[in-house]
Write a protein that binds this ligand. Sequence first.
Ligand code: NAP
Length: 295
Amino acid sequence: MSDSTVLVTGTSTGFGRLTVEALARRGHQVFAGLRDVTGRNERAAAELTALAAAEGLRLRVVEIDVTDQDSVERAVREVTEAAGRLDVVVNNAGMNFAGPVEAYTAAEAHRQFDVNTLGALRVNNAALPYLRAQGHGALIQVGSLAGWLTPPFNGLYAASKAALRSLTEAWHHELAPYGIEAVILDAAAYPTNIGANAAMPADQQRMALYGETMTRFVTDLVARTTAGAATIGEASQVSDALVALVETPHGKRPLQTLVAPPAQYAAVHALQEQANAAARIVADDMGIGAYLAAR
Ligand SMILES: NC(=O)c1ccc[n+]([C@@H]2O[C@H](COP(=O)([O-])OP(=O)(O)OC[C@H]3O[C@@H](n4cnc5c(N)ncnc54)[C@H](OP(=O)(O)O)[C@@H]3O)[C@@H](O)[C@H]2O)c1
């Protein structure tokens, strides 16, 4: 299938950029979401527009800052007016706050959730009236293994992705009766800009309390997420999986997709199976099993 209309957020670099280029080259009608297209992402917007012209792709840049309600609503309107439909939304935009939880103010924590969690909520809320009217659609969230397992010095990020996972499960159950699928792709660490661009807490004094351990941890994390494919694999493994998920026939997309090196995959896959079985048992025991969608 190569004629879905797809909106992807956060496509300046990384998974999002690879995904929109791959989807467009496979014939889909693709809207590449970028924030600040006349400022920080002017170059990415020009490159994507030039690629579309050079290769005759149905690839168009749409401005969307997922933390801005008006921007999100404008973008979804632009897509649906231009395309007359919207089949798949990929909530990929994200950022990473690295550092001990203690060093963050609530305002900084809010910023982490605003992008990674509430960003998807805004986009999905804007898209849902169109998807509901169509009677079909898919909401794909880009999650993380950190949404299942929380490492130190990455607690805000992990919490934002765990919350995104919970929201996805709720959307999955609630929207299935309306023909709308909500699923999540959880990725391990792959080389993109996210590690190097990690935001640090403003309170350097509290950061300093964690001293050398914290510094070494960040160095290791950045090295890991910017390292070559030889050690962890390519970011395209994630974009390939996103493309496959977009192209999975409607009604067949699994709630959870996992992209990870073999040992991590095996461990988290087992955890997911156990969590899914537990969710079913608890719901049945509470007498609400009939309201759960298939996973
Ligand atoms: N790389 C990994 O190891 C990994 C693992 C698991 C999950 N993930 C998730 O994968 C997704 C993509 O990340 P990536 O690794 O490809 O990193 P990336 O290269 O840094 O891409 C992140 C994208 O999100 C965009 N973004 C940030 N804030 C935004 C906002 N307010 N509105 C709209 N777009 C915004 C960025 O745009 P700007 O250029 O304008 O900042 C950028 O295009 C994220 O959700 C991330 O949490 C990554």
